[in-house]
Design a protein around this ligand. Structure first.
Ligand SMILES: NC(=O)c1ccc[n+]([C@@H]2O[C@H](COP(=O)([O-])OP(=O)(O)OC[C@H]3O[C@@H](n4cnc5c(N)ncnc54)[C@H](O)[C@@H]3O)[C@@H](O)[C@H]2O)c1
Ligand SMILES: [Fe+2]
Length: 384
């Protein structure tokens, strides 16, 4: 099991400072970057006491700061622009929060040196070619263990009602300051939903199309950690070993999905923008159905996944996929996640519009089985 005293510092893929209590190093870490920080966060982090802790470290270290706490879940272009208006005079950015806050910080950082509107940087229209490397420094301090955005090269911003991925190696935070102690008081539903996101990233990345043995190896270890530690983190929220394991699993998921994701993320993005479902919770709702949809295309790779997830493989590989899907359904049910779309208020009347948006989403292009619009409709209906 994960050793509690295992703190680490490594540069892979960006500079990662990892360990319980290490948020106390923040001021010393950012001092070389200048004297004035923009601290990006949201109301939940403001109210949780985590922001106070971070600001205290900055004050004790004589770092000046300005705060922007206006990031909403599934952040919009408007909240990014509101953050940009707070930037004047700041030398660098500190994002303290979950994936929404880290992504908003990345987009604010982009806009510090790049003109608007954000739509022009959409990866689907080749926007990454417009992104230069001259962004101000940024440290990401995750408070959830799910998206792994602290080690990722993309930011997901809701523009015109669509989850828009802006992608560039320049967007990867200069530093990830990962302090698992900041996740000890995460609300149960956030632990469950974000943990499901980490698990989904590792599983979808492993099965994604393409040859990437490096990402595959990371994905297998990431899914193993998330499967063993998410139930523990739910049962014993203050178990630091489990929280640390989940924070590692989240980073591994984001590193692994450099390879690509799949249909689960294309289906979950409209569930967030149209129906307001939390991102990881939306993934948990769709993952078992997507695995069954993919079964003939993933059966030959499923013994490894079954082993990592602690699921006994069956003599018939197709049956192994079914066992994996069932094990995940059981886990999600045990940790209190919804099992059906109607439980989160999704009506069948929304499915047509969501299927159109899911087809426009780029993630399914890496799905092991090609996906049609009718498949999207069928998958939503199966989960309804
Ligand atoms: N950039 C990427 O690669 C990537 C990958 C996956 C998801 N995402 C995006 O990330 C967003 C989801 O991020 P998320 O799942 O981390 O949720 P989130 O950032 O939206 O946070 C959810 C809620 O939990 C609260 N919260 C977070 N940490 C807390 C803590 N420690 N204590 C108390 N409250 C806490 C927040 O205030 C918020 O109200 C979505 O917009 C999604 O599209 C990005
Ligand atoms: Fe995700």
């Amino acid at each position: 099991m994960y050793a509690l005293d295992l703190c680490g510092e490594f540069s892979f893929p960006n500079h990662i400072v990892f360990g319980p209590g290490r948020v106390s190093e923040l001021a010393d870490r950012v001092r070389p970057w200048g004297s004035q920080a923009l601290v990006v966060t949201d109301e939940g982090i403001h109210g949780s006491g985590i922001l106070d802790r971070v600001l205290e470290v900055l004050r004790d270290g004589n770092i000046d700061y300005r705060t922007f706490d206006g990031v909403e879940p599934n952040p919009s272009g408007d909240s990014v622009e509101a953050g940009v208006r707070r930037l004047e005079g700041c030398d660098f950015i500190i994002s303290v929060g979950g994936g929404s806050v880290i992504d908003a910080g990345k987009a604010i950082r982009l806009r510090a040196t790049h003109g608007g509107p954000l739509e022009q940087y959409d990866d689907l229209i080749g926007g990454s070619s417009l992104i230069r490397g001259d962004l101000p420094p940024m440290v990401a301090i995750p408070t959830t263990a799910g998206t792994g955005s602290e080690v990722g090269r993309s930011t997901v911003i809701t523009l015109g009602g669509r989850k828009t991925v802006i992608f560039s190696p320049a967007l990867i935070p200069t530093m990830a300051l990962c302090d698992p102690a900041l996740t000890l008081d995460m609300p149960r539903r956030v632990t469950a939903g974000t943990g499901a996101d980490a698990l989904t990233h590792n599983i979808e990345a492993y099965y994604a199309r393409g040859f990437h043995p490096l990402c595959d190896a990371i994905a297998v270890d990431g899914m193993r950690r998330a499967m063993r530690s998410l139930p523990v983190a739910m049962e014993e929220p203050r178990d630091l070993a489990a929280r640390s394991d989940m924070m590692v699993a989240a980073m591994m998921g984001a590193i692994a999905f450099q390879k690509g994701l799949g249909v689960v993320h294309s289906l979950s993005h409209p569930l967030s923008t149209i129906a307001g479902v939390h991102h990881g919770t939306a993934n948990a709702l769709m993952l078992p159905y997507a695995l069954r949809f993919n079964r003939e295309f993933i059966a030959d790779r499923s013994a490894v996944v079954a082993d990592a997830l602690g699921v006994p493989a069956a003599p018939n590989p197709l049956e192994t996929v079914e066992r994996i899907a069932t094990a995940l359904e059981n886990l999600f049910q045990a940790i209190g996640l919804p099992a059906r779309l109607r439980e989160v208020g999704v009506q069948s009347a929304l499915i047509c519009r969501m299927a159109d948006l899911a087809m426009e989403d780029g993630c399914h292009l890496c799905n092991p089985r090609p996906v049609s619009r009718q498949d999207m409709v069928d998958l939503y209906e199966a989960a309804l």
